[in-house]
Design a protein around this ligand. Structure first.
Ligand code: CUA
Length: 330
């Protein structure tokens, strides 16, 4: 168990640090994050200035007290209180308040009316991503066209979560029964890691997602592919895998568009119509490889303890057929 935990830790570390995407609020890649970073630097340098000033006064006070032992202080108590406790803070804090209010109001969503709309629904412990004007549903990956503001409609299916992509925007909560909106824009092509920033349960720390900003033509091509229903099986192994999917009850939680004949279309877990086209599994925590997918299906709790996905006890043959089927969902 300990060895497994260490291996998993290393894999996660590799996956997160090996990823070339920026993850810092101080490395902004969009207009909202740039404003927040500017505010951060202003506060940082102001606090450095205050620190240096206070330390200077302190050193001077110690030096002066040693030299002029017994003589009265140069400033009265009242002057010190008014000067250091009222005037100085006002000079520093009032402009800072004005700048903060201006930054906050600049972050209020102002996406153009024809901006792309994306619904983000948080679940314990994954992200449902829906493009309502295009009939596309995916999970844990938000594709957006680079350089364009998109309008995110954020809500939660269960508890309070928080949406945060540090290089693109400040965080915003997702609440059950209420929709928050956020205008997201990436000015550079790239893959940006996002995370849940509000404690929401046992797997809160591993509730990640990706924002994939791509050129408009690539984005459109992605959207067109995602709109397609799942392909029908073309080999007997894949056909068998599709039957395993149905028999094992996967459809009671997941949906694969184009497989309505297999029974119900679940909405508890991620839509799997184009599962194989995604980069990661398990809320952007493990790479989407055959080995990881097999591990995830067999025993998801070994990867994310407390996750809602139940373990399955498929025999080797059924699992292989199921994997072959899921791999066709590109
Ligand atoms: Cu979802 Cu923390």
């Amino acid at each position: 168990m300990a060895r497994r935990a260490v291996l998993f830790g290393l894999a996660t570390l590799l996956l997160t640090t090996g990823c070339p995407s920026p993850t810092s609020t101080l490395d902004p890649r969009g207009p909202a994050a740039a404003r927040l970073a500017d505010l951060w630097w202003l506060m940082f340098w102001l606090s450095i200035a205050v620190f240096v000033l206070v330390m200077g006064v302190l050193v001077y006070a110690v030096y002066r007290a040693r030299r002029n032992r017994g003589s009265p202080p140069p400033l009265s108590d009242l002057k010190l209180i008014v000067g250091g406790g009222v005037i100085m803070p006002a000079i520093i804090l009032v402009p800072l308040l004005v700048v903060t209010i201006r930054t906050s109001s600049a972050l209020i969503p102002d996406a153009p009316v024809n901006a792309l709309r994306i619904e983000v629904t948080s679940h314990q412990f994954w992200w449902e991503i829906h493009y309502p004007d295009h009939g596309v549903t995916t999970a844990n990956e938000i594709h957006i066209p680079v350089g364009q503001p998109v309008k995110l409609l954020l809500h939660s299916a269960d508890v309070i979560h928080s949406f945060w992509v540090p290089p693109l925007h400040g965080k915003l909560d997702l609440n059950p029964g209420h929709t928050n909106t956020l205008t997201l824009q990436a000015d550079q092509v790239g893959v940006y890691r996002g995370l849940c920033a509000e404690y929401c349960g046992i797997q809160h720390a591993l509730m990640h997602f990706m924002v994939i900003a791509e050129p408009a033509d690539q984005f459109t091509a992605w959207l067109v592919r995602q709109r397609q229903p799942a392909p029908l099986p073309t080999t007997s192994l894949v056909q068998q895998g599709r039957q395993v999917y149905s028999a094992a009850g996967c459809a009671s939680c997941h949906a694969i568009r184009g497989t309505d004949s297999l029974g119900t279309r679940g909405s508890v877990g991620p839509d799997l119509t184009h599962l194989a086209s995604r980069r990661t599994l398990a809320a952007a925590v493990i790479e989407n490889t055959r080995e990881n997918l097999a591990r995830w299906i067999r025993d998801p709790h070994s990867i994310k303890p407390g996750v809602r996905m139940p373990e399955t006890n498929l025999d080797e043959r059924s699992l292989n057929a199921l994997l072959a089927y899921l791999e066709t969902l590109r």
